[in-house]
Design a protein around this ligand. Structure first.
Ligand code: TRP
Length: 74
């Protein structure tokens, strides 16, 4: 497996981290709720190929830091 990790820090209560299945069938398989300040460290696995984040959060991936939950200003 790729062993690619990412970090999500919730900037609000009730941020959802949703895991989507790998393979032909793309569906939600897990939803984790984070409250403000909580951090989740997770990886892409055999079962998880994509992640959807709902709410205000800071996300670190190999692409850098992403501030999510607000529209970009540009
Ligand atoms: N059981 C899941 C898996 O091994 C756990 C998991 C890993 C997960 N990464 C995730 C759940 C990202 C949600 C989001 O794939």
């Amino acid at each position: 497996m790729s062993n690619e990790y990412f970090v999500i820090k919730a900037q609000d209560n009730g941020v959802q981290v949703i895991g989507l299945t790998r393979g032909q069938d793309t569906r939600f398989h897990h939803a984790e709720k984070l409250d403000k300040g909580e951090v989740m460290i997770a990886e892409f696995t055999e079962h998880t190929s994509a992640v959807k984040v709902r709410g205000k959060a800071t996300i670190w991936t190999k692409f850098g830091k992403i501030v999510a939950g607000e529209a970009d200003s540009e």
